[in-house]
Design a protein around this ligand. Structure first.
Ligand SMILES: [Fe+2]
Ligand SMILES: [Fe+2]
Length: 330
């Protein structure tokens, strides 16, 4: 066989291999490459996403039943709190990875703000969860190991799927924010001021960065079907684990099947579906944009109040005994 023939045969094989590789890339949707060049950054309702020091502390004698006479509600929020040190680092890693594909400088700044805020949140949830474990619920440790494995598995999915999950979860969170802030009196009147203030402040910041995850998804991919599935995946995965945490705590209390618990469970489930469901449904629609969800006045007042706080001062606590539970900046 001549040298010339060997070379041309090698070139032919290489060409063939390239075609096969390209076919493989096309088939799997090339997870590493952004698909859209049509994304344009749109202004949002807050100018800057402020990274605040979540200095909340939870006294060693904090009662895990932190909402008076509301065992199910206390444990539901405790269950959701358990997920945060696994969910929020996952969101940070995913958005940081996507930043490599983003051209918009405004969106790059938003991603930095988003990641900074989520990092503050999960560190604070870790402190709260440690107190919950120490004060009667040591079995949360085993549950948290399972949660850690679940989000590790999710990290192995392709970037588009992870971004869709993040965008979906964050869209649904807008419903949680509105519910928790607007109904704060019905939900948290007389409750532990440390945990209540932490949750409400967390929700203020969720609203502040509500556009980021969806913007990143639209800049990276923009495809409708993965985003649609991401709303369901992100919402039900997190709420599902939260409910598993709640059930574990109710079982530990020995009250899981008591009639009073079942009535409370039904009431909380109805109010969750009623308050958060419409946000999830709107997030499923084509053209969804969280910019159209109006921010609660309490949240805007909170941000204004915080901006006037002297530098280095801790975030003040909400007075949960006050008949209006105003922003803590009077
Ligand atoms: Fe968060
Ligand atoms: Fe968030």
């Amino acid at each position: 066989m001549s040298e010339g023939h060997t070379k041309s045969s090698d070139n032919g094989k290489q060409g063939e291999r390239r075609v096969q590789e390209q076919a493989l890339v096309d088939e799997r949707g090339d997870a590493d490459q952004p698909r859209t060049s049509t994304y344009r950054y749109k202004p949002k309702s807050v100018d800057t996403i402020v990274i605040r020091n979540f200095s909340f502390e939870f006294p060693p004698d904090t009662d895990p039943l932190w909402i008076p006479n509301q065992r199910v509600r206390s444990h539901f929020f405790n269950g959701v709190s358990l997920t945060m040190p696994y969910l929020e680092p996952f969101l940070v890693k995913t958005e940081r990875e996507a930043a490599n594909y983003i051209d918009s400088q405004e969106l790059q700044a938003d991603i930095r703000g988003f990641c900074g805020q989520e990092a503050q949140h999960y560190k604070c949830h870790q402190r709260l969860n440690a107190v919950l474990r120490e004060n009667g619920y040591s079995e949360f440790a085993e549950l948290e190991e399972r949660m850690a494995r679940s989000w590790q598995r999710l990290l192995r999915r392709d970037l588009e799927t992870r971004l869709a999950y993040a965008a979906g979860f964050e869209s649904m969170t807008n419903g949680f924010t509105r519910w928790m802030i607007k109904k704060r009196l019905q939900l948290f009147r007389g409750a532990d001021p440390h945990i209540t203030s932490f949750w409400l402040t967390h929700m203020v910041e969720e609203t502040e960065h509500k556009t980021v995850a969806l913007d990143v998804y639209m800049a990276y991919s923009g495809r409708f079907l993965p985003r649609f599935l991401g709303v369901l995946h992100g919402s039900f995965h997190v709420i599902g684990w939260g409910v598993i945490g709640m059930v574990a705590a109710l079982r530990k209390d020995g009250v899981l099947t008591q009639p009073r618990t079942l009535v409370e469970l039904l009431r909380e489930a109805v109010s969750l579906v009623y308050e958060v469901g419409p946000f999830m449904l709107r997030a499923l629609l084509p053209g969804h944009d969280p910019r159209r969800e109006q921010d609660p006045q309490w949240m805007r007042d909170w941000i204004e109040g915080y901006a006037k706080l002297p530098e280095g001062q801790k975030i003040p606590l909400v007075d949960t005994q006050h008949p209006a539970m105003p922003v803590p900046y009077q």
